[in-house]
Design a protein around this ligand. Sequence first.
Ligand code: DSN
Length: 434
Amino acid sequence: MAHNATVAGTLEYLRSRDPKVGELIALEAGRQASTIELIASENHVSAAVMLAMGTCLTNKYAEGYPGARYYGGCVHHDALETLARERACAMFGARFANVQPHSGAQANQAAMMAMMEPGDTFASLVLKDGGHLSHGMKINFSGRFFRPVHYPLHYDKAHADYERIDYDAVRRVCLEARPKMLLCGYSAYPRVIDFAKFRSIADECGAVLMADVAHIAGLIVGGAHPSPFPHAHIVTTTTHKTLRGPRGGLILTNDEEIAKKIDKAVFPGAQGGPLMHVIASKAVAFGECLEPSFKEYASRVVRNAKALSGALMKRGYRCTTGGTDNHLMLVDLRARAEALTGADAEKWLERAGIICNKNGIPDDPRPPRVTSGVRLGTPAVTTRGLNESHMDTIAGWIDRVLSAGLKGENELAGECEAVRREVAALCAANPLPS
Ligand code: DSN
Protein backbone atom coordinates (compact mmCIF):
# COMPACT_ATOMS: atom_id res chain seq x y z
CA MET A 1 0.00 0.00 0.00
CA ALA A 2 1.15 3.51 -0.74
CA HIS A 3 1.42 5.66 2.38
CA ASN A 4 -0.80 8.51 1.30
CA ALA A 5 -4.31 8.58 -0.12
CA THR A 6 -3.36 10.83 -3.04
CA VAL A 7 -0.31 8.74 -3.88
CA ALA A 8 -2.42 5.59 -3.57
CA GLY A 9 -5.03 7.10 -5.92
CA THR A 10 -2.34 7.97 -8.46
CA LEU A 11 -1.06 4.42 -8.25
CA GLU A 12 -4.55 2.98 -8.75
CA TYR A 13 -4.93 5.09 -11.88
CA LEU A 14 -1.55 3.91 -13.16
CA ARG A 15 -2.55 0.31 -12.55
CA SER A 16 -5.69 0.80 -14.61
CA ARG A 17 -3.67 2.30 -17.49
CA ASP A 18 -0.69 -0.03 -17.37
CA PRO A 19 -1.35 -3.01 -15.11
CA LYS A 20 2.14 -4.48 -15.45
CA VAL A 21 4.05 -1.34 -14.48
CA GLY A 22 1.38 -0.29 -11.98
CA GLU A 23 1.49 -3.66 -10.27
CA LEU A 24 5.28 -3.64 -9.96
CA ILE A 25 5.24 -0.16 -8.44
CA ALA A 26 2.47 -1.20 -6.06
CA LEU A 27 4.55 -4.20 -4.98
CA GLU A 28 7.51 -1.93 -4.32
CA ALA A 29 5.31 0.46 -2.30
CA GLY A 30 4.24 -2.53 -0.22
CA ARG A 31 7.85 -3.64 0.26
CA GLN A 32 8.89 -0.18 1.44
CA ALA A 33 5.91 0.08 3.79
CA SER A 34 6.52 -3.28 5.47
CA THR A 35 10.32 -3.47 5.84
CA ILE A 36 12.94 -1.72 7.98
CA GLU A 37 15.15 0.41 5.74
CA LEU A 38 18.69 0.67 7.11
CA ILE A 39 20.52 1.63 3.90
CA ALA A 40 22.31 4.79 5.03
CA SER A 41 21.81 6.57 1.70
CA GLU A 42 18.06 6.01 1.42
CA ASN A 43 15.02 7.70 2.87
CA HIS A 44 11.24 7.97 2.51
CA VAL A 45 10.09 11.21 0.85
CA SER A 46 6.84 12.98 1.62
CA ALA A 47 3.84 12.65 -0.66
CA ALA A 48 4.36 16.27 -1.75
CA VAL A 49 7.96 15.56 -2.83
CA MET A 50 6.77 12.45 -4.67
CA LEU A 51 3.83 14.11 -6.38
CA ALA A 52 5.84 17.11 -7.65
CA MET A 53 7.84 14.64 -9.75
CA GLY A 54 4.74 13.23 -11.43
CA THR A 55 3.66 16.48 -13.08
CA CYS A 56 3.49 18.22 -16.48
CA LEU A 57 6.92 19.74 -15.81
CA THR A 58 8.38 16.61 -17.36
CA ASN A 59 7.04 17.79 -20.74
CA LYS A 60 9.33 20.79 -20.99
CA TYR A 61 12.76 21.49 -22.37
CA ALA A 62 14.43 24.27 -20.37
CA GLU A 63 18.09 24.11 -21.40
CA GLY A 64 19.94 27.06 -19.92
CA TYR A 65 19.19 28.89 -16.68
CA PRO A 66 16.41 31.18 -15.40
CA GLY A 67 16.17 34.20 -17.68
CA ALA A 68 18.58 32.68 -20.24
CA ARG A 69 16.94 29.61 -21.79
CA TYR A 70 17.28 28.10 -25.23
CA TYR A 71 13.53 27.36 -25.46
CA GLY A 72 10.39 29.47 -25.20
CA GLY A 73 7.62 28.81 -22.69
CA CYS A 74 9.90 28.69 -19.65
CA VAL A 75 8.30 31.40 -17.55
CA HIS A 76 7.06 29.06 -14.82
CA HIS A 77 10.18 26.96 -15.01
CA ASP A 78 12.28 30.07 -14.41
CA ALA A 79 10.25 30.84 -11.30
CA LEU A 80 10.47 27.25 -10.04
CA GLU A 81 14.20 26.92 -10.59
CA THR A 82 14.80 30.32 -8.96
CA LEU A 83 12.76 29.20 -5.96
CA ALA A 84 14.73 25.94 -5.71
CA ARG A 85 18.01 27.87 -5.88
CA GLU A 86 16.91 30.36 -3.24
CA ARG A 87 15.80 27.60 -0.88
CA ALA A 88 19.02 25.66 -1.45
CA CYS A 89 21.06 28.77 -0.59
CA ALA A 90 18.92 29.43 2.48
CA MET A 91 19.42 25.85 3.72
CA PHE A 92 23.21 26.06 3.61
CA GLY A 93 23.72 29.80 4.08
CA ALA A 94 25.41 29.89 0.67
CA ARG A 95 25.29 32.56 -2.06
CA PHE A 96 25.03 30.45 -5.22
CA ALA A 97 23.34 27.15 -6.02
CA ASN A 98 23.03 25.01 -9.13
CA VAL A 99 20.05 22.69 -8.76
CA GLN A 100 20.31 21.00 -12.16
CA PRO A 101 22.69 18.05 -11.60
CA HIS A 102 20.81 14.82 -12.27
CA SER A 103 22.76 13.01 -9.53
CA GLY A 104 25.53 13.39 -6.99
CA ALA A 105 28.07 11.81 -9.31
CA GLN A 106 27.13 14.32 -12.02
CA ALA A 107 27.40 17.17 -9.52
CA ASN A 108 30.92 15.97 -8.74
CA GLN A 109 31.72 15.62 -12.43
CA ALA A 110 30.63 19.21 -13.10
CA ALA A 111 32.52 20.57 -10.08
CA MET A 112 35.70 18.81 -11.20
CA MET A 113 35.29 19.93 -14.81
CA ALA A 114 34.78 23.49 -13.57
CA MET A 115 38.04 23.56 -11.63
CA MET A 116 40.40 21.18 -13.44
CA GLU A 117 41.73 20.30 -16.88
CA PRO A 118 42.00 16.65 -17.94
CA GLY A 119 45.09 15.11 -16.40
CA ASP A 120 45.08 17.41 -13.35
CA THR A 121 45.65 15.95 -9.90
CA PHE A 122 43.18 15.88 -7.03
CA ALA A 123 43.35 14.34 -3.56
CA SER A 124 40.61 12.24 -1.95
CA LEU A 125 39.84 9.24 0.23
CA VAL A 126 39.71 5.99 -1.70
CA LEU A 127 36.39 4.11 -2.01
CA LYS A 128 37.50 1.14 0.07
CA ASP A 129 38.16 3.45 3.02
CA GLY A 130 34.76 5.14 2.79
CA GLY A 131 35.15 7.46 -0.21
CA HIS A 132 32.98 7.42 -3.33
CA LEU A 133 33.13 5.99 -6.83
CA SER A 134 33.33 9.52 -8.25
CA HIS A 135 36.26 10.44 -6.00
CA GLY A 136 38.83 8.81 -8.26
CA MET A 137 37.96 5.19 -9.05
CA LYS A 138 39.82 4.14 -12.18
CA ILE A 139 36.60 2.84 -13.75
CA ASN A 140 34.88 6.20 -13.21
CA PHE A 141 35.31 9.49 -15.13
CA SER A 142 37.08 10.91 -12.08
CA GLY A 143 39.88 8.35 -12.27
CA ARG A 144 40.01 8.15 -16.05
CA PHE A 145 40.24 11.82 -16.89
CA PHE A 146 41.97 13.15 -13.80
CA ARG A 147 44.81 11.91 -11.61
CA PRO A 148 43.67 10.99 -8.12
CA VAL A 149 46.02 10.69 -5.18
CA HIS A 150 44.56 9.27 -2.00
CA TYR A 151 45.09 10.19 1.61
CA PRO A 152 44.83 7.50 4.30
CA LEU A 153 42.94 6.83 7.49
CA HIS A 154 44.76 5.90 10.67
CA TYR A 155 45.28 2.15 10.13
CA ASP A 156 47.20 1.55 13.34
CA LYS A 157 44.93 -0.21 15.86
CA ALA A 158 46.84 1.26 18.77
CA HIS A 159 46.22 4.85 17.60
CA ALA A 160 43.52 6.83 19.41
CA ASP A 161 42.14 7.87 16.01
CA TYR A 162 42.11 4.35 14.52
CA GLU A 163 40.03 4.28 11.29
CA ARG A 164 39.56 8.07 11.36
CA ILE A 165 40.98 10.60 8.89
CA ASP A 166 44.73 11.05 9.37
CA TYR A 167 44.89 14.83 8.91
CA ASP A 168 48.70 14.91 9.12
CA ALA A 169 48.79 12.42 6.27
CA VAL A 170 46.27 14.47 4.28
CA ARG A 171 48.68 17.40 4.59
CA ARG A 172 51.70 15.29 3.62
CA VAL A 173 49.95 13.83 0.55
CA CYS A 174 48.79 17.28 -0.55
CA LEU A 175 52.12 19.01 -0.07
CA GLU A 176 53.79 16.28 -2.10
CA ALA A 177 51.23 15.99 -4.94
CA ARG A 178 50.09 19.66 -5.02
CA PRO A 179 46.55 18.73 -6.15
CA LYS A 180 44.32 21.26 -7.89
CA MET A 181 41.43 20.06 -5.72
CA LEU A 182 41.19 18.52 -2.28
CA LEU A 183 38.04 16.45 -1.72
CA CYS A 184 36.46 15.62 1.61
CA GLY A 185 33.04 14.16 2.42
CA TYR A 186 32.40 10.42 2.26
CA SER A 187 29.93 7.57 1.75
CA ALA A 188 30.93 5.34 4.64
CA TYR A 189 32.60 7.45 7.30
CA PRO A 190 30.89 7.61 10.69
CA ARG A 191 32.68 10.57 12.22
CA VAL A 192 32.56 14.37 12.10
CA ILE A 193 34.60 15.94 9.30
CA ASP A 194 36.83 18.83 10.32
CA PHE A 195 36.22 21.17 7.37
CA ALA A 196 38.36 23.96 8.88
CA LYS A 197 41.35 21.63 9.04
CA PHE A 198 40.79 20.58 5.43
CA ARG A 199 40.61 24.23 4.36
CA SER A 200 43.88 25.11 6.04
CA ILE A 201 45.55 22.18 4.23
CA ALA A 202 43.94 23.24 0.92
CA ASP A 203 45.23 26.79 1.42
CA GLU A 204 48.71 25.57 2.28
CA CYS A 205 49.01 23.55 -0.93
CA GLY A 206 47.01 25.90 -3.18
CA ALA A 207 44.04 23.58 -3.76
CA VAL A 208 40.33 24.23 -4.13
CA LEU A 209 38.48 22.51 -1.29
CA MET A 210 35.42 20.54 -2.36
CA ALA A 211 33.15 18.97 0.26
CA ASP A 212 30.88 16.23 -1.05
CA VAL A 213 28.34 16.17 1.75
CA ALA A 214 25.87 13.85 0.00
CA HIS A 215 25.46 11.68 3.09
CA ILE A 216 25.40 14.32 5.81
CA ALA A 217 23.67 17.21 3.99
CA GLY A 218 20.48 16.86 6.02
CA LEU A 219 22.44 16.73 9.25
CA ILE A 220 24.23 19.94 8.26
CA VAL A 221 20.97 21.69 7.37
CA GLY A 222 19.40 20.46 10.59
CA GLY A 223 22.36 21.56 12.71
CA ALA A 224 23.48 18.03 13.64
CA HIS A 225 26.87 18.23 11.86
CA PRO A 226 29.16 21.28 11.40
CA SER A 227 28.70 23.10 8.10
CA PRO A 228 31.29 22.96 5.30
CA PHE A 229 30.69 26.71 4.84
CA PRO A 230 32.58 29.02 5.10
CA HIS A 231 35.49 26.56 4.70
CA ALA A 232 34.76 24.75 1.44
CA HIS A 233 35.04 26.57 -1.90
CA ILE A 234 32.54 24.13 -3.42
CA VAL A 235 29.93 21.92 -1.79
CA THR A 236 28.26 19.10 -3.70
CA THR A 237 25.50 16.84 -2.50
CA THR A 238 22.73 14.51 -3.52
CA THR A 239 19.20 15.57 -2.62
CA HIS A 240 17.68 12.17 -1.85
CA LYS A 241 19.54 10.98 1.23
CA THR A 242 19.31 12.88 4.52
CA LEU A 243 17.80 15.86 2.64
CA ARG A 244 14.78 13.63 1.98
CA GLY A 245 14.16 14.93 -1.54
CA PRO A 246 13.94 13.41 -5.02
CA ARG A 247 16.93 11.61 -6.54
CA GLY A 248 19.29 14.31 -7.79
CA GLY A 249 22.30 16.52 -7.20
CA LEU A 250 23.08 20.04 -6.03
CA ILE A 251 26.18 22.26 -6.09
CA LEU A 252 26.76 25.28 -3.86
CA THR A 253 29.44 27.94 -3.51
CA ASN A 254 29.97 31.40 -2.06
CA ASP A 255 32.36 32.42 -4.84
CA GLU A 256 30.79 34.17 -7.82
CA GLU A 257 33.59 33.27 -10.27
CA ILE A 258 33.42 29.61 -9.24
CA ALA A 259 29.60 29.73 -9.53
CA LYS A 260 29.89 30.89 -13.14
CA LYS A 261 32.31 28.07 -13.96
CA ILE A 262 30.05 25.53 -12.29
CA ASP A 263 26.99 26.69 -14.22
CA LYS A 264 28.89 26.26 -17.48
CA ALA A 265 30.22 22.88 -16.43
CA VAL A 266 26.72 21.57 -15.60
CA PHE A 267 25.14 22.97 -18.77
CA PRO A 268 26.32 22.70 -21.47
CA GLY A 269 29.41 20.94 -20.08
CA ALA A 270 27.91 17.77 -18.68
CA GLN A 271 24.15 17.80 -19.17
CA GLY A 272 21.44 18.83 -21.60
CA GLY A 273 17.90 19.67 -20.54
CA PRO A 274 17.31 19.91 -16.79
CA LEU A 275 14.74 17.59 -15.19
CA MET A 276 12.30 20.35 -14.27
CA HIS A 277 9.85 17.99 -12.55
CA VAL A 278 12.70 16.87 -10.30
CA ILE A 279 13.82 20.46 -9.71
CA ALA A 280 10.27 21.33 -8.59
CA SER A 281 10.40 18.35 -6.25
CA LYS A 282 13.78 19.51 -4.93
CA ALA A 283 12.17 22.88 -4.16
CA VAL A 284 9.43 21.12 -2.18
CA ALA A 285 11.97 19.06 -0.25
CA PHE A 286 14.14 22.11 0.47
CA GLY A 287 11.04 23.88 1.77
CA GLU A 288 10.49 20.95 4.15
CA CYS A 289 14.14 21.10 5.27
CA LEU A 290 13.67 24.76 6.15
CA GLU A 291 10.77 23.95 8.49
CA PRO A 292 11.68 24.00 12.21
CA SER A 293 10.71 20.31 12.60
CA PHE A 294 13.61 19.28 10.34
CA LYS A 295 16.07 20.21 13.10
CA GLU A 296 14.46 17.67 15.40
CA TYR A 297 14.54 15.08 12.61
CA ALA A 298 18.29 15.60 12.03
CA SER A 299 19.09 15.40 15.70
CA ARG A 300 16.99 12.27 16.11
CA VAL A 301 18.73 10.59 13.16
CA VAL A 302 22.03 10.97 15.03
CA ARG A 303 20.59 9.89 18.38
CA ASN A 304 19.12 6.79 16.73
CA ALA A 305 22.43 5.97 15.02
CA LYS A 306 24.26 6.22 18.33
CA ALA A 307 21.63 4.02 19.97
CA LEU A 308 21.79 1.41 17.19
CA SER A 309 25.58 1.25 17.19
CA GLY A 310 25.60 1.00 21.00
CA ALA A 311 23.01 -1.79 20.93
CA LEU A 312 25.03 -3.74 18.36
CA MET A 313 28.31 -3.31 20.22
CA LYS A 314 26.57 -4.53 23.37
CA ARG A 315 25.79 -7.72 21.43
CA GLY A 316 29.40 -8.32 20.42
CA TYR A 317 29.62 -6.52 17.09
CA ARG A 318 32.36 -3.97 16.41
CA CYS A 319 31.53 -0.61 14.90
CA THR A 320 34.51 0.94 13.15
CA THR A 321 36.01 3.89 15.05
CA GLY A 322 34.10 2.63 18.08
CA GLY A 323 30.72 4.11 17.13
CA THR A 324 29.30 7.05 15.23
CA ASP A 325 28.82 10.83 15.27
CA ASN A 326 26.45 10.93 12.32
CA HIS A 327 23.69 8.88 10.66
CA LEU A 328 25.66 5.74 9.82
CA MET A 329 27.84 3.01 11.24
CA LEU A 330 30.12 0.44 9.68
CA VAL A 331 29.69 -2.86 11.45
CA ASP A 332 32.65 -5.23 11.44
CA LEU A 333 30.89 -8.60 11.61
CA ARG A 334 34.04 -10.60 12.33
CA ALA A 335 34.01 -9.41 15.92
CA ARG A 336 30.77 -11.38 16.39
CA ALA A 337 31.90 -14.41 14.34
CA GLU A 338 34.95 -14.70 12.08
CA ALA A 339 32.90 -16.57 9.45
CA LEU A 340 30.24 -13.86 9.07
CA THR A 341 30.44 -11.93 5.81
CA GLY A 342 28.71 -8.77 4.68
CA ALA A 343 27.24 -10.57 1.68
CA ASP A 344 25.59 -13.25 3.84
CA ALA A 345 24.37 -10.70 6.38
CA GLU A 346 22.76 -8.55 3.67
CA LYS A 347 21.01 -11.58 2.16
CA TRP A 348 19.87 -13.09 5.45
CA LEU A 349 18.59 -9.79 6.87
CA GLU A 350 16.60 -9.08 3.71
CA ARG A 351 14.78 -12.38 4.22
CA ALA A 352 13.75 -11.05 7.62
CA GLY A 353 12.56 -7.69 6.26
CA ILE A 354 15.63 -5.69 7.31
CA ILE A 355 17.32 -3.98 4.36
CA CYS A 356 20.98 -2.95 4.42
CA ASN A 357 24.09 -3.21 2.26
CA LYS A 358 27.30 -5.15 2.59
CA ASN A 359 30.24 -2.79 2.90
CA GLY A 360 33.98 -3.20 3.10
CA ILE A 361 35.53 -1.99 6.33
CA PRO A 362 38.90 -0.19 6.25
CA ASP A 363 41.66 -2.69 5.50
CA ASP A 364 39.07 -5.38 4.69
CA PRO A 365 40.77 -8.60 3.53
CA ARG A 366 37.59 -9.75 1.76
CA PRO A 367 36.68 -8.60 -1.78
CA PRO A 368 33.95 -5.94 -2.37
CA ARG A 369 31.31 -8.51 -3.34
CA VAL A 370 31.82 -10.36 -0.06
CA THR A 371 33.16 -7.88 2.56
CA SER A 372 33.44 -8.25 6.33
CA GLY A 373 30.93 -5.56 7.14
CA VAL A 374 27.56 -4.00 6.69
CA ARG A 375 26.80 -0.29 6.59
CA LEU A 376 23.71 0.69 8.57
CA GLY A 377 22.02 4.08 8.70
CA THR A 378 19.07 5.62 10.51
CA PRO A 379 17.67 8.34 8.17
CA ALA A 380 14.79 6.21 6.87
CA VAL A 381 13.75 4.57 10.15
CA THR A 382 13.78 8.00 11.78
CA THR A 383 11.46 9.32 9.07
CA ARG A 384 9.17 6.43 10.00
CA GLY A 385 9.08 7.83 13.52
CA LEU A 386 11.19 5.19 15.26
CA ASN A 387 13.16 6.22 18.34
CA GLU A 388 16.11 5.05 20.42
CA SER A 389 14.22 2.23 22.14
CA HIS A 390 13.28 0.79 18.73
CA MET A 391 17.00 0.71 17.88
CA ASP A 392 17.59 -1.85 20.59
CA THR A 393 14.77 -3.98 19.15
CA ILE A 394 16.30 -3.73 15.67
CA ALA A 395 19.77 -4.66 16.96
CA GLY A 396 18.19 -7.66 18.66
CA TRP A 397 16.55 -8.77 15.41
CA ILE A 398 19.82 -8.36 13.51
CA ASP A 399 21.64 -10.50 16.06
CA ARG A 400 18.93 -13.19 16.05
CA VAL A 401 19.01 -13.50 12.25
CA LEU A 402 22.80 -13.53 11.95
CA SER A 403 23.22 -15.98 14.83
CA ALA A 404 20.65 -18.30 13.24
CA GLY A 405 22.35 -17.99 9.84
CA LEU A 406 25.61 -19.16 11.35
CA LYS A 407 23.86 -22.33 12.56
CA GLY A 408 22.38 -23.36 9.22
CA GLU A 409 19.50 -23.02 6.76
CA ASN A 410 16.80 -24.57 8.98
CA GLU A 411 17.52 -22.26 11.90
CA LEU A 412 17.82 -19.30 9.53
CA ALA A 413 14.50 -19.97 7.78
CA GLY A 414 12.62 -20.18 11.08
CA GLU A 415 14.20 -17.09 12.58
CA CYS A 416 13.73 -15.02 9.41
CA GLU A 417 10.04 -15.87 9.38
CA ALA A 418 9.64 -14.95 13.04
CA VAL A 419 11.58 -11.69 12.76
CA ARG A 420 9.81 -10.77 9.54
CA ARG A 421 6.46 -10.97 11.34
CA GLU A 422 7.75 -8.72 14.14
CA VAL A 423 9.20 -6.27 11.61
CA ALA A 424 5.89 -6.09 9.75
CA ALA A 425 4.03 -5.43 13.01
CA LEU A 426 6.41 -2.60 13.96
CA CYS A 427 6.06 -1.13 10.47
CA ALA A 428 2.27 -1.33 10.63
CA ALA A 429 2.32 0.46 13.98
CA ASN A 430 4.68 3.12 12.60
CA PRO A 431 3.49 3.79 9.05
CA LEU A 432 5.40 5.93 6.57
CA PRO A 433 4.41 9.57 6.98
CA SER A 434 2.45 11.38 4.28
N1 DSN B 1 25.58 4.93 -3.59
C1 DSN B 1 25.57 5.93 -2.55
C2 DSN B 1 25.64 5.31 -1.20
O1 DSN B 1 25.00 4.32 -0.97
O2 DSN B 1 26.33 5.83 -0.34
C3 DSN B 1 26.62 6.95 -2.73
O3 DSN B 1 26.34 7.68 -3.85
